[in-house]
Design a protein around this ligand. Structure first.
Ligand SMILES: [Zn+2]
Length: 354
């Protein structure tokens, strides 16, 4: 079954983790053996061959770079200009991957239709479609930079990531969006970009909903009902998103899937982290919505963790092909399963880009 993954940090892996994603996962792991500079060395789950094997033919791929003020202990750049330059290096990698026919950027309905035709008919090395997104808006020095990004194909943007950002407060921080945040949201609406609500803290989330009227999704998200932490959305937040025709992509990061996960210590098997938990989250959103129109997949499988912090039944991203059978066991019909694995996000894009 065709799979749409609404959140992968592909360029971050290429440019910061130094991974050649054109190689099989096994080769990337092999070369990282013995390295300890990142917690997920030797454990990666994502590369282009694995995506092709798993029929993950379309994804939302990010640019990401944080700006940190002096008092912010999080890792990040010391100026917004540096953060911008980092995202431009990432963009250059995407462009190089396009030239190598590994990837193709999708920026409108026509591109979407063409991509599906090519994906089905191409018997050789299939070109993976990507929609460009910015995770955390710190690198937008001023709004002219957002216009520039839009021209480069940017189609979605999350105002914040972790901590206090320039335009909003993200995960594990508390605060609103301020004047700058409001101006950013206005520009997002004007450019018909998709707002990614993932990572907004509660206060910034609700302030955003007060002023924003454009398209919104949550690209890599789980439900607070199962793991009570500000990174997950409450039922009220999920209902708000559903009322705005959002699609919510379910992520596969272990600490957000089960309570009491301790990074670097807990073991997926011991903690019972498997794809069933993803299905529980999907089912919960379907129950809240009363239909199957608002949930999809947004794995974040390369978001700074690998097999050490993912479901034990996912060795590589190609294992997403286990999802249809798991949904079927829960009574989901073939049509529902197609909607969840790709069609909901595709319909969303077609509506927004019309
Ligand atoms: Zn994220």
């Amino acid at each position: 079954m065709f799979i749409f993954d609404a959140h992968l940090d592909l360029a971050m892996n290429a440019m910061e983790w130094n991974r050649d994603l054109t190689l099989p996962v096994s080769e990337i792991r092999e070369r990282e053996k013995g390295k300890t500079d990142k917690p997920d060395r030797g454990n990666t789950t994502v590369s282009f061959p694995a995506m092709r094997k798993g029929n993950v033919g379309l994804c939302v791929a990010t640019q990401i770079a944080r700006y940190v003020k002096k008092e912010n202990p999080l890792p990040g750049w010391h100026s917004q200009h540096q953060a911008w330059a980092q995202t431009q290096g990432q963009l250059a990698w995407y462009k190089a991957m396009e030239k190598a026919r590994e990837m193709v950027q999708i920026r409108d309905t026509e591109g979407l239709e063409n991509h599906f035709k090519l994906w089905e008919s191409n018997k050789g090395k299939k070109t993976i479609g990507y929609i460009l997104s910015l995770e955390g808006a710190d690198s937008i020095v001023d709004l002219s930079y957002l216009e520039k990004s839009h021209e480069s194909g940017l189609r979605a943007i999350g105002p914040a990531h972790y901590g206090p950002g320039v335009y909003a407060h993200g995960t594990d921080s508390v605060g609103g969006i301020g004047v700058k945040g409001r101006e950013l949201l206005k520009k997002i609406e004007e450019l018909n970009l998709i707002l990614d609500a993932t990572h907004l803290c509660d206060m910034s989330f609700w302030e955003t909903m007060d002023v924003y009227n454009g398209p919104v999704w949550a690209s890599h998200q789980l439900c607070r009902k199962f793991v009570d932490h500000n990174r997950q959305f409450s039922d009220e937040q999920l209902k708000e998103l559903i009322s705005r025709k959002a699609v919510i992509g379910i992520a596969l990061d272990a600490w957000m899937m089960v309570p009491n996960w301790v990074r670097g210590k807990s073991d997926p098997k011991e903690m019972g982290v498997n794809l069933e938990i993803m299905i529980n989250n999907m089912d919960h959103i379907c129950q809240l919505a009363g239909n199957t129109n608002h949930v999809g997949i947004g794995t974040d499988l390369d978001g700074g963790f690998g097999t050490e912090q993912g479901p034990y039944d996912v060795d590589t991203i190609s294992d997403l092909q286990k999802i249809p059978a798991l949904l079927s066991q829960r009574g989901y019909s073939e049509t529902d399963i197609q909607k969840i694995t790709s069609q909901n996000f595709i319909n969303f894009l077609k509506r927004v880009w019309r």
